[in-house]
Ligand binder design. Structure first.
Ligand code: ZN
Length: 254
């Protein structure tokens, strides 16, 4: 088949998969947000090619690393904040609003699913959120604004207003344990779906990348939309190597 015909056939097949599903779980990775200008993590030009990750233990043990981490927060160095949702996010929000998708499991930390209108309780964040902070001791949520002036004007490294513990951006760092609550919710959602739809993830970062196979083994259909091939394409019922925004806009009829 010529490429254009193949692409059209794949897009039609995606529309059919979505139409036939009764309970969809959407799983998203950096590829959804690169179309909003949020850099991905691992590719050339991605976040980790521009700055070295600060490991969790370094943050906890080393004041200089904490200062560097907070510098990154307030300089917006990672560009994880300030972007707007694109058609991919909007299409997923439509599936949730229509009751066709029960949950969105995301590896992203950019908050764009919530900003696209999906209720917070339907977004399961496996790697946390870059838009606020949490106390590492008691878990209390803090907003960045509480700390901005103290840090930028007086060099005060944020601590918890309740317990005095260390406060860190609510992302899950390298070396930090996966958040148990979201992992449990993601597993439950995965086991309850009949279509597991991967959007923009290369499916190489575990344990997150284990959910598609869990769904598949449990009898769900598996559909992958990603610009590049993934390690799990061979297990999928349908694979599209394509842009997410245009594909999803067409598939849900935006
Ligand atoms: Zn605390």
């Amino acid at each position: 088949m010529p490429d254009a015909d193949r692409q059209a056939a794949d897009r039609a097949a995606l529309t059919a998969e979505l139409a036939q599903a009764r309970r969809i779980v959407v799983f998203t990775g950096a590829g959804v947000s690169t179309e909003s200008g949020v850099p991905d993590f691992r590719s050339p030009g991605g976040v980790w090619s521009r700055m070295k990750p600060i490991y969790f233990q370094e943050f906890v043990n080393d004041e200089d690393k904490r200062r560097e981490a907070w510098n990154r927060v307030f300089s917006g160095a990672a560009k994880w904040t300030g972007a707007r949702p694109n058609d991919g996010h909007t299409a997923v929000a439509r599936l949730v609003a229509q009751g066709r998708a029960s949950a969105v499991i995301t590896q992203n930390v950019d908050n764009l699913h919530q900003e696209s209108g999906i209720p917070e309780d339907k977004v399961i964040e496996l790697h946390g959120n870059a838009h606020y902070a949490r106390c590492l001791s008691c878990g209390l949520r803090h907003e960045f604004d509480e700390f901005r002036d103290g840090f930028l004007d007086r060099g005060e490294i944020p601590t918890c207003r309740a317990c005095g513990g260390l406060v860190k951006s609510a992302t899950i760092s390298f070396g930090q344990a996966m958040p148990q609550g979201p992992m449990d919710r993601a597993e439950a959602a995965t086991l309850a779906c009949d279509l597991f739809l991967v959007l923009g993830s290369s499916l190489v970062v575990f344990p997150a990348a284990g959910f598609p196979m869990l769904a598949k083994r449990n009898g769900a259909r598996l559909v992958i939309v990603n610009r590049e091939p993934t390690d799990q394409d061979a297990y999928a019922d349908l694979v599209l190597h394509d842009e997410i925004g245009p594909v999803m806009r067409e598939a849900v009829g935006l």
